[in-house]
Design a protein around this ligand. Structure first.
Ligand code: ADP
Ligand code: MG
Length: 260
């Protein structure tokens, strides 16, 4: 199973929106997809219509070793897309795991126990920090997708994330690859975002996906309906951009599939 962590320690840059819509696009393409909500805010769970009352078994139970991934996964309304939801309990994991010896490997070990063939791909929606939850995601993942908001300080903080990736590679997960950087919340009417996207491309090169996610109100409305934008309005500019991004992700996957 290919495992992709979606991370950036900044909040509000489009991690969850990317996780939900990319997962939906992959499932629509025929991939059996698992989305792991690793943020105590549980936005990915809410955005996929999982009521808080339907979150009996969550990512917290996985990290606590109290449930298997297979038992914690539940179907969504999207065919072929399953989710392991999160609740605020997950914020307790950061504290509870501190003194546990294999604290950074809890998710990795749980995913190792998934029977081959259960899912083709797993996306991990990370919280806005570089704490133990994100370290678990980066230790468990084959690759990292970084959403980067088109704003003036876009690159600020990225070096810290890349340093963390280096640390994880050196200590736990030598094969962790950068799948790509996705520019989000692009606003055509704002010349600053144009400049930011040009700067980011110049600085980071081909790791930046060609597809750019526009600022689009449909993307922000969809979660309140418990639906991915791709289902809520599959023709809005945001959905079209996420479909294009999914194509690029799939094109970059073969090398990962070999490693997985
Ligand atoms: P993160 O998971 O990084 O905190 P989110 O995906 O939750 O970021 O996005 C933060 C907020 O911005 C949410 O309210 C979301 O609906 C909204 N949003 C995300 N991407 C876009 C976009 N491209 N256009 C408009 N609103 C967006
Ligand atoms: Mg989020």
């Amino acid at each position: 199973m290919i495992r992709i962590a979606i991370a950036n320690q900044k909040g509000g840059v489009g991690k969850t929106t990317t996780a939900i819509n990319l997962a939906t696009a992959l499932a629509a393409t025929g991939w059996r997809t698992l989305l792991i909500d690793l943020d105590p805010q549980g936005n990915a769970s809410t955005g996929l219509g999982i009521a808080t009352t339907s979150r009996d078994v969550t990512t917290y139970d996985i990290l606590a070793g109290e449930s298997s991934v297979v038992d914690a996964a539940q179907p969504t309304r999207i065919p072929r897309l399953d989710i392991i939801p999160a609740t605020v309990d997950l914020s307790g994991s950061e504290v509870e795991l501190v003194s546990v010896e294999d604290r950074t490997h809890r998710l990795d070990r749980a995913l190792d126990d998934v029977p081959a063939g259960q899912w083709d791909i797993c996306l991990i929606d990370c919280p806005p920090s570089l704490g133990l939850l994100t370290l678990n995601a980066l230790t468990a993942a084959n690759s990292l997708l970084v959403p980067l908001q088109c704003e003036f300080f876009a690159l600020e903080g990225l070096s810290q994330l890349l340093q963390t990736v280096e640390r994880i590679r050196a200590r736990f997960n030598p094969d962790l690859a950068i799948l790509g950087v996705a520019l989000t919340m692009f606003d055509r009417r704002n010349r600053l975002t144009d400049q930011v996207s040009a700067d980011v491309r110049e600085c980071l090169g081909p790791v930046v996906f060609d597809s750019v996610i526009p600022r689009n109100v449909r993307l922000s409305e969809a979660p309140s309906h418990g639906l991915p934008a791709l289902v809520y309005d599959h023709r809005c500019s945001g959905s079209v951009a996420y479909i294009a991004l999914a194509r690029e992700v799939i094109a970059r996957l073969p090398s990962l599939r070999q490693a997985a």
